[in-house]
Design a protein around this ligand. Structure first.
Ligand SMILES: [Fe+2]
Ligand SMILES: [Fe+2]
Length: 319
């Protein structure tokens, strides 16, 4: 029986200043190392998927801190970049360029594409399982898109792997997580052409999972038997990583997903406080910042999944 077990870690936001999107940027290296130490003890863990925003302002020191933590991970890993992994703030002249950050973190991606700023890739990760990583960054903005060239490439890559289970990793989610994503600014949490990508995926029922970060919220949805898993920030409340186990059964691919907190109680309390006082939390809902905290934690259906991929939809289309 073919099985595949992997962890999903996203949005570490290592910061040298502590100003990191309502997350725990100064403590991020410690939280990440503790998470990796836990993952190192799992004998059956096949790989760790890291979906971007590993640093906050792309300063060389932040990248070094991430690389030092990454060096402690004793498992294979895969990486797709987020908007903070090279995003150049006008006020921050010490940031590394996007291509420099990508090359420093994952030399496999350094010269993959004609445009060195783009880092998309496709790899077999088990017999009959193909992992595809997209680069959803926009050079001058924190929103996301999948470039036309990348979409063409994705189409041909999916055509080349019609017999495989395909898992797609992309930093920006492809669909709205709620009606707030229709509002200005909040729409940048979603790839601006995510619907186009989803329509392409609909034509390939062997694409069974799409995995994202960026929104700093836990969310799961099934569309046409395809499980979308968006994971909250490792270093922002509730400081989680996910564990995914896939099993090829007589009926097809069965998925088991669990959500785990990576932080100790004190860190978790501080992370909640940081999130409660963030501008994002106040902007989210007129009811106050607790609504944002609740949204990021997610409902029970956003935290675990047990079911056959490609089978009946277990979750509703909306929220
Ligand atoms: Fe992020
Ligand atoms: Fe992001």
């Amino acid at each position: 029986m073919t099985t595949l077990t992997f962890a999903h870690v996203t949005d570490v936001h290592i910061s040298e200043t502590g100003d990191s999107w309502g997350s725990m940027g100064l403590e991020a290296p410690r939280i990440l190392r503790e998470c990796f130490a836990r993952l190192n003890t799992m004998d059956d863990l096949d790989f760790v998927l890291i979906t971007g925003d590993v640093v906050d302002q792309a300063r060389p020191g932040e990248v070094d801190l991430f690389l030092e933590a990454l060096a402690t991970l004793e498992k294979p890993w895969h990486f797709v970049p987020g908007n903070h992994d090279g995003f150049i703030y006008e006020s921050n002249r010490t940031a590394m360029l996007p291509a420099e950050v990508v090359a420093a973190i994952d030399p496999r991606l350094a010269e993959l594409n004609p445009d060195a700023n783009l880092a998309y890739w496709s790899r077999p990760v088990a017999r009959g399982v193909q992992l595809i990583g997209l680069d959803s960054r926009i050079a001058t903005d924190w929103g996301g898109t999948i470039s036309a060239n990348q979409l063409d490439w994705l189409g041909s890559e999916l055509n080349a792997h019609t017999d495989a289970l395909v898992i797609l990793a992309v930093h920006h989610p492809l669909h709205d997580l709620g009606i707030h994503n229709e509002r200005e600014w909040w729409n940048k949490f979603i790839a601006n052409n995510g619907a186009t990508v989803e329509r392409l995926l609909d034509q390939h029922p062997n694409v069974k999972m799409v995995i994202s970060g960026h929104h700093h919220a836990n969310h799961m949805r099934v569309r046409q038997g395809r499980l979308t898993m968006i994971t909250a920030a490792l270093t922002g409340y509730p400081c989680v990583y996910r564990m995914v186990r896939l099993e090829l059964t007589e009926d097809g691919w069965y998925a088991h997903v669990e959500t785990h907190t990576a932080a100790d109680d004190d860190t978790l309390a501080n992370a909640r406080e940081a999130m409660m006082s963030s501008k994002t939390a106040y902007d989210f809902d007129t009811r106050g910042p607790a609504a944002w905290v609740g949204f990021c934690v997610g409902m029970p259906r956003d935290l675990s999944f047990d079911g056959l991929l490609g089978g009946d939809d277990h979750l509703h289309e909306s929220q």
